[in-house]
Write a protein that binds this ligand. Structure first.
Ligand code: 5GP
Ligand code: ZN
Length: 116
């Protein structure tokens, strides 16, 4: 499996950096973002290291989207938001700061919830 020893998210997958896990299967991992933009802010990543959407193999994309509704429902059950944004930044110019593909799940609680 593709791994980058300098990548923070690869270290989380390897258990070298602790994280609060929301969901895990053979191919993907979801965990709480260290900086909670809104309550329950979660990141979903492939276990294989791929930098961004431009380098994401079809199989990894399929695994991510297969898991996405499960994570959305887990967030709903735990945090009871009013809505949910899914976001993905690709490349520095688009706001990407960790270069291991990830999807943000941002639970929304109405006006003044800290996002948008
Ligand atoms: P980006 O800006 O690349 O779209 O998002 C990267 C996200 O990773 C940020 O929201 C940031 O808070 C989160 N993050 C960075 N380092 C860590 C970490 O060590 N643990 C966790 N759980 N999240 C992290
Ligand atoms: Zn990585």
């Amino acid at each position: 499996m593709k791994h980058d020893e300098n990548c923070i998210f690869c270290k989380i997958i390897a258990g070298q950096i602790p994280s609060y896990k929301v969901y895990e299967d053979e191919n993907v991992l979801a965990f709480l973002d260290i900086s909670q933009v809104t309550k329950g802010h979660t990141l979903l990543i492939p276990k294989e290291h791929h930098q961004d959407i431009f380098e994401l193999p079809e199989q990894a994309a399929a695994s991510l989207f297969a898991a996405a509704p499960k994570i959305a429902n887990a967030i709903n059950a735990t945090f009871e938001p009013e809505g949910l944004n899914l976001l993905n930044n690709n490349k520095e110019a688009a706001g990407q700061s960790v270069f291991h593909y990830h999807m943000h799940f941002l639970p929304r609680y109405g006006k003044g919830d800290g996002f948008g």
